[in-house]
Design a protein around this ligand. Structure first.
Ligand code: PSU
Ligand code: MN
Length: 301
């Protein structure tokens, strides 16, 4: 039904056809989340990790209005360097596709495209969520709405404290989204293993997580699943240390009047500069860890 909008990479099409596990990856992290050339290096390494675990990676992005399910190496390079690559969430698809523009898909955007292609697992760094002060600003990421309605399991490293972590967890609960924390008793905070919020559902066994995903599908329960993997201990940046930096980035964001879809990229880039790049290293390492865990889960479904 949606096939005419998709260009499915032959390797991905074959895997989907033969029932080999496919893992989706997003492109906003490439175009708007990390600087060049680290973004390209990371994107390619993530694909390697997924392949090593017996799954096929499908990095998703939009080029000339075509939704690419499985970007080639050259296309990843293009997404990393091209000017005017829009950040594409649910509301942006009709514009970007009809006007034949380039677009990097966010978590929400990637979930939509993955679902159209029949991909069940998607690995990323973290998701957008309820922003601090959302009670006044109404800034709640479209990623949460997508998790409410689209049947894709999203593997991330928890939620960054540029967001209201407690508010985000409440919203996910209201939305009926299962939130699983892998191998830890606290829900993770991206750069840090602990957020101060308990992991309401801890699971340690990848096979059991795959079973949960299958069960939800068989029960016909709509919506996504959030699988949170704490950053490896030797890579983490303590919560208190990151919090100081994040507070400053948030203040600057407000002072400069940044709004809408520019808020998250602005905060990410300021956090990176304020930590002199150490946050970027942690970001890269946790994406690798997520790719490893996500692909192990995917092969078990
Ligand atoms: N967090 C990161 N890197 C990212 C993003 C979030 O560490 O690249 C991106 C993801 O694509 C996510 C999007 O879906 O930011 C959320 O943006 P917003 O808050 O505008 O919905
Ligand atoms: Mn927002």
């Amino acid at each position: 039904m949606y096939e005419r909008f998709l260009d499915i990479n032959p390797e991905v099409a074959k895997a989907l056809d033969e029932g080999v596990a496919v893992v989706a990856l997003e492109s906003t992290i490439i175009s708007h989340g990390m600087p060049y050339p680290k973004n390209v290096e990371t994107a390619l390494e993530v694909e390697e990790i997924i392949r090593k675990n017996g799954a096929v990676p499908a990095t998703i992005g939009i080029i000339g209005g075509r939704i690419k399910i499985g970007l080639t190496k050259d296309e990843i390079e293009y997404m990393a360097t091209a000017k005017d690559v829009l950040k594409v969430s649910r509301r942006d698809f009709p514009l970007v596709v009809s006007q034949k523009l380039d677009g990097a898909t966010t978590v929400a955007g990637t979930m939509i495209a993955a679902h159209m292609a029949g991909i069940k697992v998607f690995v990323t760094g973290d998701i957008g969520g309820v922003h601090r002060g959302a009670g006044e600003s109404f800034d709640i990421s479209a990623d949460l709405e997508e998790l409410k309605m689209t049947d894709v399991a999203v593997v991330c490293a928890g939620v960054k404290s540029i967001l209201d972590i407690g508010g985000t967890l409440e919203y996910l609960e209201t939305s009926g989204v299962p939130v699983i924390t892998v191998g830890a008793d606290q829900f993770p905070a991206f750069y840090s293993r602990e957020s101060g919020f308990p992991a309401e559902c801890r699971m340690d066994d990848f096979g059991q997580i795959a079973d949960l995903i299958r069960t939800k599908e068989e029960m016909g329960l709509r919506g996504g699943i959030l699988i949170a993997c704490p950053i490896p201990a030797d890579q983490e940046i303590p919560f208190e240390k990151m919090d100081v930096v994040i507070q400053q980035a948030l203040r600057e964001c407000e002072q400069q009047g940044i709004t809408g879809k520019r808020i998250t990229p602005f905060l990410l880039s300021r956090v990176k500069d304020l930590t002199e790049g150490s946050s970027l290293e942690a970001n890269i390492k946790l994406v690798y860890n997520n790719a490893d865990i996500g692909s192990r889960i995917a092969v078990g479904i």
